[in-house]
Design a protein around this ligand. Structure first.
Ligand SMILES: Nc1nc2c(c(=O)[nH]1)N[C@H]1C(S)=C(S)[C@@H](COP(=O)(O)O)O[C@H]1N2
Ligand SMILES: [Mo]
Length: 386
């Protein structure tokens, strides 16, 4: 063996022994560009869908001042949020498979070959970190496990932009390589097809066992869903009960009154008997929770617009609906003109043929089309015209 002069030896430090032996341990040939490319394409599409539907849902729940959402189609929010949550869950197997496929790259040596390569690698860490953060917080949130200290909505919302940005850069970097890979015929058969089909099947199973939380005909399959149609009083699930919010005695008080105040021509005060004496209407509308579950129900009560017109409210007014609930993020909600003028928007007194259950908002709750569940305020006692 010829010994090379010291000067010509590579100047790089020798990698730690564990790294030189590791690549030999990644024996599966599925750690492979083709598998990574196909999984990457599927992930890219599903993350974009999650991002788009998430933005729609976010701005329906927290509209900027200038935003006016339409009240139709009735099920728009139900669909966007259902796709967001159920699609997001079905994406988890894709993400795990992709990470498994590419993780040998974590041990590449040298770790950084150039500045550009270093920046690219750092961005991959941002991408993976943001994706994991979104999936973990999303799953914990719909599982009612508030293990994190930060406010979920804000963190999930801002991280979405980081994820989206990192994804765009990653796609730009990998585009031509992935394109070349999936366009050429594979030379060898290493079981890629079987692996990808297994991952797709895992996604499908996750989707099938949760979609029933929003799509009632499949409710019986929804074994993974935290809420199912049919659970709960009057066949509708309950997130926050009257006892949990401390409204029980105020809601049962015969002295309860609904008042309309603020910028009104004449203030209005109505007892429950007064409300029952007004024209009653029926609407079949869903409760569509941000957590992905949704249930259609038959609501009966007074049109919100009838009550607001009794008070002489201007046609473009903005209304705040207030609950008896003393504290809590969801004790009030904003109702803009497209929603309060919609004949389907009710101050509901009844649900599925019975008087409203205490846990569904007795004596009176808001129910409106195309609106997040958190804004369907329960135990209403005041309408403030802004
Ligand atoms: N006052 C009040 N109204 C509320 C809530 C609440 O916590 N307080 N929760 C909301 C949420 S998150 C949902 S999904 C719906 C659920 O309505 P339900 O319990 O009748 O199914 O009520 C909404 N109305
Ligand atoms: Mo909700």
């Amino acid at each position: 063996m010829v010994r090379r002069p010291a000067l010509l030896r590579p100047t790089l430090p020798k990698p730690p022994a564990v790294l030189t032996t590791l690549p030999g341990r990644f024996t599966s040939r599925l750690h492979d560009e083709r598998v990574a490319s196909w999984l990457g394409i599927a992930l890219g599409v599903s993350i974009l869908v999650s991002f788009g539907t998430g933005l729609v849902s976010h701005f329906m729940q927290q509209p900027a001042g200038w935003m006016l959402w339409p009240s139709r189609p009735v099920n728009l929010y139900r669909v966007t949020q259902g796709v967001h949550v159920i699609g997001g869950l079905a994406t988890v197997p894709l993400l795990l498979a992709k990470l498994w496929t590419v993780y040998p790259k974590l041990w590449q040596w040298p770790p950084v070959r150039s500045i550009v390569h270093g920046v690219e690698r750092a961005l991959v860490f941002v991408l993976v970190g943001a994706a994991l953060f979104q999936f973990v917080t999303g799953v914990l949130n719909i599982g009612y496990w508030y293990a994190f200290r930060f406010y979920f909505t804000t963190a999930h919302y801002w991280t979405a932009y980081i994820l989206f940005g990192a994804l765009l850069i990653h796609v730009a970097n990998e585009w031509s390589k992935a394109r070349r890979t999936v366009m050429t015929r594979p030379q060898d058969a290493v079981g890629r097809r079987g692996f990808l089909l297994t991952v797709a099947a895992a996604s499908g199973v996750v989707a099938l066992t949760t979609v029933g939380e929003a799509f009632t005909p499949l409710a019986r399959l929804a074994v993974l869903a935290p809420r199912r149609p049919g659970d709960g009083p009057q066949g509708v699930p309950v997130n926050k009960s009257a006892a949990a919010t401390g409204v029980t005695s105020a809601a049962r008080d015969p002295g309860w009154r609904l008042t309309v105040t603020g910028r009104v021509a004449r203030p209005v005060t109505l007892s429950l008997a007064d409300l029952r004496a007004l024209p009653q209407h029926t609407a079949r509308l869903p409760i569509s929770c941000v957590e992905g579950w949704s249930v259609e129900a038959n609501w009966r009560g007074v049109r919100l617009r009838d009550v607001l017109r009794m008070a002489g409210v201007a046609g473009d007014a903005r209304v705040r609906v207030e609950s008896l609930e003393p504290y809590g993020l969801y004790r009030t909600s904003r109702v803009d003109a497209p929603h309060w003028r919609d004949p389907l928007t009710l101050l509901a007194l009844g649900l599925n043929g019975e008087p409203l259950d205490l846990d569904h908002g007795y004596p009176c709750r808001l129910i409106a089309p195309n609106r997040p569940g958190v804004m369907q305020t329960k135990w209403v006692h005041r309408l403030v015209v802004l």
